[in-house]
Design a protein around this ligand. Structure first.
Ligand code: OGA
Ligand code: NI
Length: 347
C-alpha cells in the first residue's frame, strides 16, 4: 500500500489520475466556503440533569435538527475536552510517524473495514480513490479489539478505551433523545440496534495540489445508527440537503452528530441519514475522528410499527445489516444507493 500522505509529499503540482473524480462528482464548493446561516447547534447540558421542561426543549431541538438536516453540532456534551485534545494529539503523533512505522499497522489488502492503517475504503478495484489515510480501531464490543493493530503504547490504548466509553455514553444519550423526539420510548433505537459495534476511525487528509479534482472522502451516508465526529479547525465536511451541498464550519469543542441509514429505516423515513463528503485543500492537512455506532452484522432492522399508519405507509423493507455493509463496501456508497435497495417502491 502507498499512503496518500506519501503520494502528497512527492506529487509536484498534480495528482495521480486514480484520484481524479468524474466532473459531476467534483467539489464545486471550496472546503472553507462555509454556509453563513447556522447549522443546528444543540447544547445538551440539560438532557441529563435538567428540568422536565428543559429536557423537552432539547428533545424538540434535536428532533427538528434530525428532520431538517440529519446532522447537528452538540455542545456541553460532557466528554472532557482534555480527552478530546488527547485524541487529537495522538492522531497527529501517529500520522507524523515515519512511514515504515505506520505501515506496520497496515490492514490486510482487500479486507473491508479491517482494524489498522489504510486508505482504500471500498473493495472494488475500479474505484476512484479518496484523498485520505485512516487508522481504524474496532473499539466495541471488547472482544473485537485486536490491539496488535493499535499503536502499542499503553497510554494510547488507555485513551482509546476512555474515549470509546465516553462517546458510547454520549451516543446513547442522543439516541434516547432521538427516540423520544419520534414519540417512541427512550430505549427504542438502542434496543433495536442491540449490542453496539463501535469503530473509531482517525481520518487524515493531507494537503492536495488539485483539490478541485478530487474528494477527501466520497459522498456517502453512514450505514449505522449514529456517528459522532470530532474535527479540527480546518473545515472540509460538506452535507447535502435538497440536492445542494453546504460546507460545515467547525465549532471548537463540539461534536458533529449525524444520523446513519438504520435510523432512517427505524424512523420509517421521518428522519433521513445525511449524505456527506469531505473536500480537501492545497495548504492544510485536516484531521477528523469518527466514532460509529452500528448494530452487529446479524441484526435485522425494520421501521417502528408505531410510525406506520394510513397516512404514513411503510417505506422500507427489512434490512439485514450484513447486506447493507457488504453492499456499501463492494458496490460503493454512490450517495445513498444502499437505502434505495430496500425502499418500498409505491406506484
Ligand atoms: C466518515 C466521515 C467525515 C470527516 O468517516 O464516515 O464522514 O470529516 N468522516 O472525516
Ligand atoms: Ni461519514
Amino acid at each position: 500500500m502507498e499512503s496518500v500522505q506519501s503520494i502528497a509529499e512527492r506529487s509536484c503540482g498534480s495528482i495521480p489520475s486514480c484520484f481524479v473524480r468524474p466532473e459531476c462528482e467534483r467539489p464545486g464548493l471550496a472546503h472553507d466556503a462555509f454556509f453563513q446561516e447556522s447549522f443546528p447547534v444543540i447544547d445538551i447540558s440539560g438532557l441529563g440533569e435538567g428540568s422536565e421542561r428543559e429536557r423537552a426543549e432539547i428533545v424538540r431541538g434535536i428532533g427538528a435538527a434530525c428532520k431538517d438536516w440529519g446532522f447537528f453540532h452538540v455542545t456541553n456534551h460532557g466528554v472532557p475536552l482534555q480527552l478530546m485534545d488527547g485524541m487529537r494529539r495522538a492522531a497527529e503523533i501517529f500520522f507524523e510517524r515515519p512511514m515504515c512505522e505506520k505501515l506496520q499497522f497496515s490492514t490486510p489488502p482487500g479486507e473491508m473495514a479491517a482494524e489498522g492503517y489504510a486508505n482504500r475504503m471500498l473493495t472494488r478495484d475500479d474505484q476512484v480513490l479518496d484523498w485520505r489515510d485512516y487508522l481504524n480501531h474496532h473499539a466495541l464490543p471488547i472482544w473485537r479489539r485486536n490491539s496488535s493493530n493499535w499503536p502499542h503504547e499503553q497510554s494510547y490504548r488507555q485513551m482509546i478505551e476512555d474515549y470509546s466509553a465516553q462517546v458510547l455514553a454520549l451516543s446513547r444519550q442522543l439516541l434516547a433523545a432521538i427516540s423520544e423526539s419520534l414519540g417512541l420510548g427512550s430505549k427504542f433505537i438502542e434496543d433495536a440496534i442491540g449490542e453496539p459495534f463501535q469503530n473509531i476511525v482517525m481520518n487524515y487528509y493531507p494537503p492536495c495540489p488539485q483539490p478541485d479534482l478530487t474528494l477527501g472522502l466520497q459522498s456517502h451516508s453512514d450505514f449505522g445508527a449514529i456517528t459522532l465526529l470530532m474535527e479540527d479547525h480546518v473545515g472540509g465536511l460538506q452535507v447535502r440537503k435538497n440536492g445542494r451541498w453546504f460546507a460545515v464550519k467547525p465549532v471548537p469543542g463540539a461534536f458533529i452528530a449525524n444520523l446513519g441509514d438504520q435510523v432512517e429505516v427505524l424512523s420509517n423515513g421521518r428522519y433521513k441519514s445525511v449524505e456527506h463528503r469531505v473536500v480537501v485543500n492545497s495548504t492544510k492537512k485536516r484531521m477528523a475522528i469518527a466514532a460509529f455506532y452500528d448494530p452487529s452484522k446479524n441484526t435485522r432492522i425494520s421501521p417502528a410499527p408505531e410510525l406506520i399508519d394510513e397516512q404514513n405507509p411503510r417505506l422500507y423493507g427489512e434490512v439485514l445489516f450484513r447486506d447493507n455493509v457488504s453492499d456499501f463496501y463492494s458496490k460503493g456508497p454512490e450517495g445513498k444507493r444502499n437505502l434505495d435497495s430496500i425502499a418500498i417502491i409505491r406506484q
